[in-house]
Design a protein around this ligand. Structure first.
Ligand code: XIL
Length: 365
């Protein structure tokens, strides 16, 4: 009789905690998965300890300083950081003199804590400071200034920032050159300009890995073709490029077969591949009454697992890093850019590991 009660009690407990988020160090039971044989007290292995490539997170220095739990989550689980905005041109070069405070702080923090730094981003149409845009330079003057900027930034962090997104988001959906007002109207051949930017970065730090970064790369065949064409041109011209980043701002509904086909095609370049800004939206309809249920958490976990498994199919010498665009659902750009009810990351607002974390971990070889 007592034995039966214990058995029922255990079963009930298992049912109650399936798909729940765990506190740090506890295994998460996932709905439908058989808990037999899993020790609920076994710690969840930190991603950075299991992965054979870097596990990155986009961070903000002010949050690292002001939120001890955030800092702890970064230090325990990640091996690389990217500045979410503090190394963008508009921040460093917000006025005609440089402001190194935030990037210096981040780079020093990384050094003190044995984290690698991925630099984001040198040239992004969306981050040219207003004073620069207002100058109305011709192409020669524009490029001369950009060259100095790249040399100054990459040179300052030589050996400390191991890799750079040299150029970010050149192409529109479908693969045409993005119709922006900063670079396209000035240069007859913008792609040539971007190639020279890679050259300037290489000259400033010959050991840094240099990336082109964009979004929707694996799901947009036209954009991918344009990127591959650019890479071929760079190679023919001798412009140095080491890797390609796809941001991976996708959702639980992103077509997996399309993703895999595109990923394989991207890998055929032979370059390093960076999943550079990973977050997985769950509130796909932007509903204000959305509820992040256990079932939704599980869908998200499956998507993370799928993506990590896909990444693991790369040859080892093309693996670089998977970087999530943030750490916790408490702070994510998507609550502004998408919907306030969005839960795209690996930790919940209380810093418990979500099912997504366990999915990511399960996807690692
Ligand atoms: C976003 C940041 O998350 C925000 O905090 C910032 O205000 C705007 O930029 N693609 C990129 C990133 O390459 O730099 C963007 O980051 C998100 C989309």
């Amino acid at each position: 009789m007592i034995d039966k009660k214990i058995i029922w009690g255990v079963l009930l407990l298992c049912t109650m905690i399936f798909a729940s988020c765990s506190n740090d160090g506890k295994v998460v039971f996932i709905q439908g998965e058989e808990p037999v044989g899993i020790d609920p007290n076994a710690p969840i292995q930190p991603l950075k300890d299991k992965a054979k490539f870097k596990i990155g997170a986009a961070v903000k220095f002010t949050t690292l300083q002001g939120d001890a739990k955030y800092k702890d989550a970064v230090l325990k689980n990640f091996s690389q950081i990217t500045a979410e905005f503090e190394m963008k041109m508009a921040t460093i070069w917000g006025s005609t003199s440089y402001n190194w405070t935030a990037p210096d702080n981040l780079v020093n923090f990384a050094k003190d804590n044995n984290l690698e730094v991925h630099g984001h981003t040198l040239i992004w149409y969306n981050s040219f400071p207003d004073w620069f845009k207002n100058q109305q330079n011709d192409s020669v003057a524009f490029e001369a200034k950009v060259k100095v900027y790249i040399k100054d930034v990459v040179g300052r962090y030589k050996g400390k920032v191991k890799s750079w997104d040299v150029v970010n988001e050149v192409f529109a959906d479908g693969g045409a050159l993005r119709d922006e007002t900063v670079i396209k109207p000035i240069f007859k051949d913008p792609i040539g300009f971007y190639g020279r930017c890679f050259q300037y970065a290489r000259e400033a730090d010959p050991d840094a890995k240099l990336f082109y970064n964009d979004y929707s790369v694996v799901i947009d065949a036209g954009k991918r073709a344009a990127i591959k064409k650019m890479v071929a041109r760079f190679k023919a011209k001798g412009y140095p490029i080491d890797g390609l980043g796809d941001q991976f701002h996708y959702s639980v509904n992103t077509n997996r077969q399309v993703m895999t086909t595109g990923f394989t095609d991207l890998a055929s370049t032979g370059l390093l591949i960076h999943i550079s800004e990973l977050d997985i939206k769950v509130n796909v309809n932007k509903s204000d009454s959305y509820f992040f249920s256990d079932e939704e958490a599980q869908k998200q976990a499956d998507t993370y697992k799928y993506i990590v498994e896909m990444y693991e199919t790369l040859p080892q010498n093309q693996k670089f890093a998977i970087t999530t665009w943030g750490v916790t659902d408490k702070y994510t750009w998507l609550t502004e850019a998408w919907n306030p009810k969005e839960y795209p990351l690996l930790f919940d607002i209380d810093y418990s590991k979500k099912a997504a974390y366990v999915g990511f971990l399960a996807g690692l070889k």
